[in-house]
Design a protein around this ligand. Structure first.
Ligand SMILES: [Zn+2]
Length: 574
């Protein structure tokens, strides 16, 4: 913004009043642009912000104390190109009025303390020299000392060439400082602003628990020109924008500047509540979960399968909105893709902060296509696992809602390791040292369902099913005829009463007459009651007890003398 305005001013020789938007080319009155937080009122283009303006927008007024005054750049190589590096530094210092390209110190957002570090792109292209690395490292160390969240705002072209390998080592120096925060369970939020590249994106800037950016920000490792020259291809529109990264699973959030402060404040509030006990659970008034199979009416399993698949059956995001408050959806596996077939994020259950993860279907054809009919690719499971690791790190209970016909059987899914993604999720869920409650809300399709269902308490809704294979698949393979699916559904004993008797399920969540879709509010109330009841038991347990009892829970299946067996289907129905 500054350079554009300055150019306009030079041309006109008048007081700076108008800034030209590089996106829509509209001339925007300078004060109006500033009032609009540096976002073009015509086309929503987010201008680059001078660092001080950024801090004014994000932080509580007067809360920031700059501790970076004594950090000065060094010239370890005595480097010179067209002019000596020392001279470049002096010029940058004169231009920006700062000693180096980053500042740090304690600050607050919405009254919540953070340790802030922010890079200034105006200082030699936001390049990371020793001074910048020093600032980021000190900020991380201060956050550790004060046990407060770290917020780093990046804007960088990459490492600073003029400092040679000493600059390269800043990647390691900063990353190890951030690594200690992760070990100590401290929150690190990284705000990647336009542009964040090279040695900064390949170190501390992408190591946050949360990676946040603004629409249109450019973020990447190699610059687009270098990539084009190397691969001799034109890059697609929007390549390396925040939206591109979000679609490729590499950001948690892309937040418009208008809501950025509020969003960060809410995340800090949720984290401030993290680790609460059973006292934070809300009062509930739904029907209690059923633990005695005799209380469930015997029904045709095929009818249940149809209800579990009913197109109007409430899905995960609907239950989340009815059961929880302040849901903050988080995106991406940090590896390859943003898989919409699994959703997850932070949420409040009463005053208890939890991580919710679940399969997501849709109701309309378009929604179902976007969600791949609730059949995740490996990226979906890797996102789910990433969010559950996040929960475990911060001591947040995990609630999973299971509703999938199965993991997606596709070419790409196999190429990218569907089996490995599911296996890792199953194993790590079994070891997380936080309470886990899993509820099958619709279809519990085999490994793709179990990947989100290794809980301390596993429940299912009355009209859902859980099975090692779909009835159609079983029918085709074992009965050599897909039309025998109803028979297979009965033979597989995949509905609530049988699974309760087999101890696969701990309890059954009652549904309203005719199924959950007939009265989603009542269904959600019963679901909420089941989650709260389950968590109340679990929150009193120590992490060792949780992990030990979870081990025993899954250890018993198929163990002689421990595994219950079922009477023939006719008797069970009688
Ligand atoms: Zn514009």
């Amino acid at each position: 913004m500054a350079s554009e305005t300055a150019t306009a001013a030079k041309r006109s020789g008048e007081t700076v009043q108008w800034t030209r938007c590089p996106s829509c080319e509209a001339f925007v009155y300078h004060k109006r642009l500033k009032r609009n937080l540096g976002v073009c009122p015509e086309c929503n283009f987010h201008f680059r912000l001078p660092i001080r303006e950024r801090l004014v927008q994000l932080l509580d007024e007067g809360s920031f104390v700059d501790l970076s005054q004594d950090v000065q750049p060094i010239d370890p190589l005595g480097f010179a190109d067209s002019k000596p590096y020392a001279q470049r530094l002096e010029e940058a210092q004169r231009k920006t009025g700062a000693g180096e390209g980053a500042i740090y110190g304690p600050a607050a957002i919405g009254g919540r303390p953070v340790v802030l570090a922010a890079m200034d792109f105006a200082f030699i292209g936001g390049s990371m020299g020793s001074g910048v690395g020093e600032v980021i490292t000190r900020a991380a160390e201060l956050a550790l000392e004060r046990r407060e969240p770290l917020l780093v705002i990046s804007a960088s072209g990459g490492a600073r060439m003029q400092e040679g390998c000493v600059s390269l080592m800043q990647l390691a120096k900063t990353s190890q400082a951030v690594g200690r925060l992760h070990e100590e369970g401290l929150l690190y939020i990284s705000l990647l602003t336009d542009p964040t590249y090279g040695g900064v994106s390949a170190s501390f800037a992408t190591l946050g628990d949360l990676l946040v950016s603004e629409p249109g920000s450019y973020i990447g490792f190699a610059g687009p020109k270098v990539i084009e020259q190397t691969i001799r291809q034109k890059l697609p529109d929007g390549f390396q924008t925040a939206g591109f990264l979000l679609d490729h699973g590499q950001l948690d959030l892309v937040e418009p500047r208008e809501t950025l402060r509020v969003s960060l404040r809410k995340i800090l509030e949720l984290h401030a509540l993290a680790g609460g006990g059973a006292a934070g659970l809300p009062e509930v008034e739904g029907e209690p979960p059923i633990t005695d199979a005799g209380q469930l009416t015997g029904r045709d399993p095929w009818e249940i399968v149809q209800l579990a698949r009913h197109v109007e059956r409430p899905n995960t995001l609907e239950y989340v909105s009815l059961v929880f408050d302040d849901f903050r959806e988080l995106f991406g596996d940090r590896l390859f893709d943003q898989d919409a077939a699994i959703v997850g994020g932070l949420a409040k259950l009463g005053d208890l902060v939890v991580m919710v993860v679940g399969h997501q279907k849709g109701h309309t054809t378009q929604e179902m296509m976007e969600r791949n009919f609730g059949m995740p690719n490996p990226e979906g499971y890797r996102k789910g696992l990433r969010l559950m690791r996040y929960a475990a790190k911060f001591g947040l209970p995990i609630v999973t809602l299971v509703d999938t016909p199965g993991a997606y059987p596709g070419l790409g899914a196999e190429e990218r390791g569907q089996s490995i993604a599911i296996a890792q999720s199953i194993m790590e869920m079994s070891r997380f040292r936080v309470p886990i409650v899993s509820i099958v809300t619709g279809e519990g399709g085999s490994g793709g369902a179990l990947a989100l269902a290794v809980g301390d308490r596993v429940l299912m809704m009355e009209n859902s099913y859980y099975s090692v294979i779909s009835p159609e698949g079983c029918s085709t393979i074992l009965f050599k005829d897909a039309a025998q699916a109803p028979r297979a559904a009965a033979a597989l004993r995949m509905t609530a009463p049988d699974l309760l008797r087999l101890r696969i399920m701990d309890a059954i969540v009652p549904e309203p007459d005719g199924g959950a879709h007939q009265d989603p509010l009542a269904a959600a109330q019963n679901l909420k009651t089941a989650i709260v009841t389950s968590l109340r038991d679990l929150l009193d347990k120590t992490p060792d007890e949780l992990v030990g009892e979870r081990y025993e829970r899954f250890r018993l299946f198929g163990t002689p003398g421990l595994q219950p067996t079922l009477p023939p289907p006719e008797e069970a129905d009688a």
